[in-house]
Design a protein around this ligand. Structure first.
Ligand code: 6PG
Length: 483
């Protein structure tokens, strides 16, 4: 048997993220941390490398459970999927009512809803918690998005607050909502992260190919932008990546990296769920598809071979660099507005009471999308929690309006120069779609009614109508049908 039950928190799964989280927990006043890993070598490595942490180490899950004070609280940090299910099953069998199991991986929130229902039926609490900030965040202070019951958060909250990043004295953690709400919001965080990264990449591509700047010079531009509205972790690290020189060749690092982007899947989940929710997240979708396009050399190579000539790169004036900055900011506002729309729709569908301002607040630090920009979103929801879209918030409306002309110049310059800007362009089209008095959706309704009798509504009177296209083309009122 391991030592008596002395640990107030435990971590299962001691790969880098789990080890760093355990070290972070152990570094905080009042925490005694139990640790367990299926293969004991990792446990021994962690305790050997960090004796100062005072870990309560166990080599069986039974001993691990026995080392936890009640209400036993364990954070699972293993690969999402079957591995997580196996640990949940083992802990549920050993835990007692009132104990708390936390899944800290990037789990699919549907799995979390299922797991929470099954585990809580035994009296044990189950919490799906999104943990953002990568390995460094886990060690120094992540942004944490726990779901699960209010009851569980009473015990878990103070522990998570002891390790989260802190901004303006506020820990970057909040009880997001019940069952799968935490993993849902983490998924949206990742979707927004994809969009943000894609927009930054498009800005780089324009400055490189149209502006003719070197990666090092563009790094300086991003560093300059990082002192203004665009300040963010992603802008900061982009400058670092662009400044990096490949030791083997002496070339800019970005030039020796194969231009085929990978994905662990959370961005895909965001788009899939937004489609189900009927929420346009064009910025996130274009980012996901841009990674997919880049990863199809079997199409890119033969297509490039048949494309005769690429357009001349447009000659641009002295405002070009700042135009790119303004287009980047306006497109970023659209992407974040769409992301928060998805949070609102998800909360409605799954019955979560998600505080959007609190989500923006905990995203100000620790997570990958951390940025001053999120303070503006906090302000927007503080001014009007039921705002129909962030784009009508006075601050954001002005920022986008101020950048609109530059945004249009950039998208047209990109099109004329043959530079793909799916993120910038889709954001601008989303802006124009919301702003248009009439959309061609009217024609789509006519087409649908023509071939499928799917009916349409009229602008001049209530009701649902159908035209007898294969008959005398007269219009009949329909008793009500699919929209
Ligand atoms: C975070 C990150 C992290 C994500 C990796 C991989 O919030 O710490 O979003 O959770 O899994 O960044 O993301 P992709 O491989 O999908 O780009």
């Amino acid at each position: 048997m391991s030592e008596t039950s002395t640990a107030n928190i435990g971590v299962v799964g001691l790969a880098v993220m789990g080890s760093n989280l355990a070290r972070n927990l152990a570094s905080r006043e009042g925490n005694t941390v139990a640790v367990y890993n299926r293969s004991p070598e990792r446990t021994r490595l962690l305790t050997g490398e960090h004796p100062e942490a005072g870990f309560v180490a166990s080599e069986t899950i039974e001993d691990f459970v026995a080392s936890l004070q009640k209400p036993r609280t364990a954070i699972i940090m293993v690969q999402a999927g079957r591995g997580t299910d196996a640990v949940i099953e083992a802990l549920t069998a050993l835990f007692e009512p009132g104990d708390i199991i936390v899944d800290g991986g990037n789990a699919d929130f549907h799995d979390t809803i299922r797991r929470e229902k099954a585990v809580s039926a035994t009296g044990v609490n189950f919490v799906g918690a999104g943990i953002s900030g990568g390995e460094e965040g886990a060690l120094k202070g992540p942004s944490i998005m726990p779901g699960g019951s209010v009851e569980a958060y009473k015990t878990l909250g103070p522990i998570l607050e002891s390790i989260a990043a802190v901004v303006d004295g506020v820990p970057c953690v909040t009880h997001v909502g019940t069952d799968g709400a935490g993993h849902f919001v983490k998924m949206i965080h990742n979707g927004i992260e994809y969009a943000d990264m894609q927009l930054i990449a498009e800005a780089y591509d324009l400055l490189r190919k149209v502006g003719g700047h070197s990666p090092a010079a563009i790094a300086d531009v991003f560093t300059e932008w990082n002192s203004g509205d665009l300040e963010s972790y992603l802008i900061e690290i982009t400058a670092e990546v662009l400044r990096q020189v490949d030791a083997a060749t002496g070339k800019p690092f970005v030039d020796i990296v194969l231009d085929e982007a990978g994905s662990k899947g959370t961005g895909v989940w965001t788009v899939q769920n937004a489609l189900d929710l009927g929420v346009p997240v064009g910025g996130i979708a274009e980012a996901v598809f841009a990674r997919a396009v880049s990863s199809h050399p079997e199409q890119r190579v033969p297509f490039r071979a048949i494309v005769d000539a690429r357009p001349e790169i447009a000659v641009v004036g002295h405002t070009f660099q700042d135009d790119v900055r303004q287009a980047l900011y306006a497109s970023k506002v659209v992407a974040y507005a769409q992301g928060f729309d998805a949070i609102i729709a998800g909360a409605e569908k799954y019955g979560w009471n998600v505080d959007k301002g609190a989500i923006a607040t905990i995203w100000r630090g620790g997570c990958i999308i951390r940025a001053q920009f999120l303070n503006r979103i906090v302000d927007a929801y503080a001014n009007d929690p039921s705002i129909p879209t962030l784009l009508v918030d006075p601050y954001f409306a002005k920022a986008v309006a101020d950048g609109e002309a530059a945004w249009r110049r950039i998208v047209s310059t990109a099109a004329l120069s043959g530079i793909p800007v799916p993120g910038f362009a889709s954001a601008l089209s989303y802006f124009d779609s919301l702003a248009s008095e009439r959309l061609p959706a009217a024609l789509v309704q006519g087409q649908r009614d023509f071939f499928g009798a799917h009916t349409y509504k009229r602008v001049d009177r209530p009701g649902t109508f159908h035209t007898l296209w294969s008959g005398d083309r007269s219009e009949v009122e329909s008793a009500g049908s699919s929209h």
